[in-house]
Write a protein that binds this ligand. Structure first.
Ligand code: PLP
Length: 376
């Protein structure tokens, strides 16, 4: 099979190549002229809905050249039909709009997804249950499973949740943001839809917001694209250009970030005795369940979390670091650390989340080592 980086550079070659430029240009147009020849007009009522993202662009809320190119590359990368959105949360909203469940089972995970569910519960009475309450699901309901899960990079057993859901006719949406390809492949375990905050590893440079849903069924893609037209959540012009640029180098970045994170976590774990303030390290590489090895076949998440002994220590550690910037988010080429309570109202006050970038991992280890040793 053609290698991943080759596909990331070529999968959109035949999609809306309107100019000979090697790098697809940024399109600023929101609207596109109809054909000059009236014989080529297609009435809206006769248009093939499946061609909305591949045919001649009409209006950028429907699709535009770089959103279509992103979908071609992401579809290839993620093994299905991809639909892009203007944020990770927009993609979650699109998934729940599509499945329209009465009850959603959900664990911890990204707090913004809970924010959307709370709106749906308030307005439409959507019920929320925990991942240990799957007996409350029935046909048409949904499990939203984020794995590895924010902020601890905890891996959940996808095969287990898929079986439980499918036994009662419910659906499973997997938010795979923390372990994009080739780290894990949720399709192997039978999920119904895959979601990513493209803002993170696909964007990779902390300069764009994007989301993506992937389905194995082209009819589902057509419905999602039609819904997106009316939700108004297509990715914007500049962001799609940036996303396409980023996808070209994605394989190199994710492999380095994943292997660096594992190396750093292993170092901290082995040298725990040197860091009296360090109480817990959370990372998929330290999780012993059998399913972790089955699921994280291509490597571990580039995100890990640490808990320090006191709130004061957690608050002050970011300021002692030279290479990690104190900031929320993850997935970019620059390493970040976050005193998580600053952005997540539910986070423990002793928790720091770390997103490993592409710097030399030995420099990152030395930086964490000096900062942890200086934390008394
Ligand atoms: C796991 C996960 N899912 C979804 C999102 C939402 O993505 P966005 O910020 O692009 O809306 C985030 C954002 O941090 C995330 O970490």
């Amino acid at each position: 099979m053609t290698g991943l980086s080759t596909r990331l550079l070529c999968a959109d070659r035949d999609v809306m190549n309107r100019v000979p430029d090697v790098v697809s240009p940024i399109n600023v147009a929101t609207t596109y002229r109809y054909p000059d020849n009236p014989d080529d007009f297609i009435l809206a009522k006769d248009a093939d809905p499946a061609s909305l993202t591949t045919g001649r662009p009409l209006y950028s809320r429907l699709s535009h050249p770089n959103s279509s190119k992103c979908e071609a590359v992401l579809g290839d990368l993620l093994g299905g039909h991809a639909v892009v959105y203007n944020s990770g949360l927009s993609s979650f909203f699109a998934a729940i709009t599509y499945y329209n469940p009465k009850t959603v089972a959900i664990g911890d995970g990204y707090h913004g997804v809970h924010g959307i569910l709370d709106i749906l519960s308030r307005n439409y009475g959507v019920k929320q249950v925990g991942l240990e309450e799957l007996d409350k699901l029935s046909a048409g309901d949904m499990i939203h499973i984020e794995t590895p899960e924010n902020p601890y990079a905890k891996v959940h057993d996808l095969a287990y949740y898929v079986k439980k859901a499918h036994d009662v006719g419910a659906f499973v949406v997997c938010d795979s943001t923390f372990a994009p390809p080739p780290l894990q492949d949720p399709w192997e375990f039978g999920v119904d839809m895959v979601m990513h905050a493209g803002t993170k590893y696909f964007g990779g440079h902390s300069d764009l917001l994007a989301g993506v849903l992937v389905t194995k069924d082209s009819k589902v893609k057509t419905q999602l694209v039609n819904d997106r037209v009316f939700l108004g959540t297509n990715i914007a012009n500049l962001e799609s250009f940036l996303l396409l640029r980023s996808l070209r180098t994605y394989e190199m970045r994710i492999k380095r970030q994943s292997s660096s994170a594992e190396k750093i976590v292993n170092y901290l774990d082995v040298h725990r005795a040197d860091y009296p303030a360090l109480k817990v390290i959370h990372h998929s590489s330290l999780q012993k369940d059998d399913f972790v090895r089955r699921q994280m076949k291509g490597g571990h998440s580039p995100v890990f979390a640490i808990e320090l002994e006191s709130q004061e220590q957690a608050k002050n550690l970011p300021g002692k670091l030279n290479y990690f910037q104190h900031s929320t988010s993850l997935g970019g080429v620059e390493s970040l650390i976050e005193w998580r309570a600053l952005s997540d109202p539910h986070a423990r006050l002793t928790l720091l989340r770390v997103s490993v970038g592409v710097e030399d991992p030995d420099d990152l280890i030395a930086d964490l080592d000096q900062a942890l040793k200086a934390t008394k």
